[in-house]
Design a protein around this ligand. Structure first.
Ligand code: FAS
Ligand code: PHB
Length: 389
């Protein structure tokens, strides 16, 4: 088989890139290790930046998002029984959208299918060949049969546990990592959200987050030990712990119910450099990971796609390699700013085992400063709604 762009990974990064390229008449094939149902079954991000919203519009996939998504003009931040609001709309003139990653991915799959896009599921043994040549190819197996795709370019959109990053030689690749000493236990429940906006909660017992997917489907998280597993937490234990970590007024309003999904995500900051090697370009979690505190994982996959899509367009439409040659540098400039914000917001809200009494005082002082200072709120809001591409 031959295509212009071979895309490894059928998550949001790979699908969005494939759909955008298709809209410009550029051919791609998506290789996905799992089934579509498995990909759609993963419960992940919930907040979209304006940049991703605009890309979904450009991809022709934004109708349901605009119909069912919720615009959020601000967020609540609580510490103990104190709570204050950061007003994104007033400070930045823009907002974010609450619309689950599952739905973004569902819309992208629907668009690819409607366009007759080629996605191979259940692929195995994907190997990247000759990425540092003008004639790269990808080999893989599906249903036991060996396959090969000859292409002009390869987009590694296969997430943190994919194979693309490893295709960049160790003497070329630099990796930067910070592992956080805790995880997030997440619960999805068919209950009305406790608040119409998100609540990011700092409490002496640890971080909590009150989020949602719609007015009948809530998403909650509590910081948990890395040694925990979802089975260690009954629904009752989760709800009782969540109530201890949010202000009493909200805890009293909390509607609990059976969990329909319960999972634990470890937290890490991770960046690999460069994000390009020859004709191979890394996108999304394949190149970088952030703690989910700042809701940046999915949104930074989107900004990578923006840079790569426009670079490939420039190559095919104008014969210019300027966009693909500057891809890694441009993407990494924004990635590191997102890493900084996600690290800062995580440091502000979580309890760390090695925190001293002084550290805890500084954390509260930082929260009080954010509460009282418009410049501090503007800096937080500009990062949260999404830095410019
Ligand atoms: P993805 O990991 O979504 O997709 C990669 C795809 O490649 C997968 O479908 C995988 O099956 C496939 N793949 C892997 N290896 C392959 C191979 N060898 N061959 C073919 N296909 C292969 N972000 C937030 O903003 N908020 C959150 O709350 C949040 N929660 C998260 C919870 C968890 C458990 C995880 C892991 C991530 C979470 N994230 C969150 C981050 C997440 O949303 C990612 O940023 C987002 O999925 C990135 O999209 P992709 O880069 O497409 O990677
Ligand atoms: C979510 O709704 O899953 C969510 C929202 C905001 C975050 C992280 C996760 O920062």
């Amino acid at each position: 088989m031959r295509t212009q762009v071979a895309i490894i990974g059928g998550g949001p990064a790979g699908l969005l890139l494939s759909q955008l390229l298709h809209r410009r008449g550029i051919d791609s094939v998506v290789l996905e290790r799992k089934t579509k149902e498995y990909v759609l079954g993963r419960i992940r991000a919930g907040v979209l930046e304006q940049g991703l919203i605009r890309l979904m519009e450009e991809a022709g996939c934004a109708e349901r998002m605009h119909a069912e998504g919720f615009t959020h003009d601000g967020t609540q931040i609580s510490y103990g029984d104190e709570m204050f609001r950061v007003d994104f709309a007033e400070l930045t003139g823009t907002s974010v959208m609450v619309y689950g990653q599952t739905e973004v991915t569902r819309d992208l799959y629907a668009a690819r299918e409607a366009a007759g896009g080629k996605t191979e599921f259940n692929v195995e043994d994907v190997v990247i060949h000759n990425a540092d040549s003008a004639a790269p190819h990808v080999s893989y197996r599906v249903g036991g049969a060996a396959r090969r795709i000859d292409c002009d370019f390869i987009a590694g959109c296969d997430g943190f546990h994919g194979i693309s990053r490893q295709a960049i030689p160790l003497d070329v690749r630099r990796e930067y990592e910070k592992i956080y000493p805790f995880g997030w236990l997440g619960v999805l429940s068919e209950t009305p959200p406790v608040n119409h906006e998100l609540i990011y909660a700092n409490s002496p017992r640890g971080f909590a987050l009150c989020s949602m997917r719609n007015d009948k489907l809530s998403r909650y998280y509590v910081q948990c030990s890395l040694s925990d597993s979802p089975g260690d937490w009954t629904d009752r234990a989760f709800w009782e712990e969540l109530k201890r970590r949010i202000p009493a007024a909200q805890a009293d309003q909390l509607v609990t119910g059976p969990s329909i999904e319960k999972s634990i995500a470890p937290l890490r900051s991770f960046v690999t450099e460069p994000m390009r090697w020859g004709r191979l370009f890394l996108c999304g979690d394949a190149a970088h990971i952030v703690p989910p505190t700042g809701a940046k994982g999915l949104n930074t996959a989107a900004s990578d796609v923006h840079y790569l899509y426009n670079g490939l367009r420039d190559f095919y439409e104008n014969g210019s390699s300027r966009g693909i040659d500057s891809y890694s540098e441009n993407a990494l400039k924004r990635v590191w700013k997102v890493e900084r914000f996600s690290w800062w917001f995580s440091s502000l809200l979580h309890r760390y085992p090695d925190q001293s009494e002084f550290d805890l005082k500084i954390q509260i002082a930082e929260l009080e400063f954010l509460r009282s200072n418009k410049a501090a709120q503007l800096a937080m809001a500009e990062n949260y709604v999404g830095l410019p591409y």
